[in-house]
Design a protein around this ligand. Structure first.
Ligand code: GRF
Length: 189
């Protein structure tokens, strides 16, 4: 059975989409654990409710942080690492070690509206301000630059004239919940 490790520090709805896809037998995989960098996240609550091991890893010293993350990843030995709402940058050493096995989901059609500072509602507000008619979400490989790794797959979402950033965010998030498990399945098979 292929093993996944999820990094999430938000509400964890994408993490939940992975849990649900496994429960529905649409995805043949096991979630070895969740890594979060904040106490009491929605994501951690979902891990606990689903009996998935969860660990909070944070350290202001980058060397220590890298060591702690590497130790946990070695223990869980994942086939694929999924960043699903994890704002912090993954240390370069880990990106190199797991090259081609770390993916991220981003709520825009990259390369548009990506990079440092483009997260959460800021992305959707920028999309609305631009006058674009279409937005969406992207799953991409993680490299050493924010949101710059090779794109694996995208989903498109129409922008309605009455959209607010919140309304758009909700529709994009729904598309994310479809896209992420589908891409994971593709990469594991
Ligand atoms: C998603 O919009 C994802 O694209 C971004 O962070 C958000 C996480 O949402 N990277 P959730 O915690 O999965 O609900």
């Amino acid at each position: 059975m292929k093993k996944l490790v999820i990094f999430a520090s938000g509400s964890g709805s994408n993490f939940q989409a992975i849990i649900d896809a496994i429960a529905r037998n649409e995805l043949e995989a096991q979630i070895a654990g969740l890594i979060t960098n904040r106490d009491e996240t929605g994501a951690a609550g979902r891990a606990i409710s689903n009996n998935i091991p969860v660990t909070v890893i944070k350290d202001s010293d980058p060397v220590m942080l890298n060591e702690k993350l590497e130790a946990q990843l070695s223990a869980w030995n994942p086939d694929l690492i999924i960043l699903a709402g994890f704002l912090n940058k993954i240390p370069d050493k880990i990106v190199r070690k797991y090259h081609g096995r770390i993916i991220n989901i981003h709520p825009s059609l990259l390369p548009k509206y990506g990079g440092k500072g483009f997260y959460g509602m800021k992305v959707h507000q920028a999309v609305l301000n631009s006058g674009d008619k279409i937005t969406g979400c992207t799953v991409h490989y993680v490299n050493d630059e924010y949101d710059k790794g090779d794109i694996i797959e995208q989903s498109h979402v129409e922008i309605h004239p009455t959209d607010t950033a919140e309304k758009l965010a909700a529709r994009v998030l729904k598309a994310e919940h479809q896209l992420l498990p589908r891409v994971i399945k593709k990469l594991l098979t």
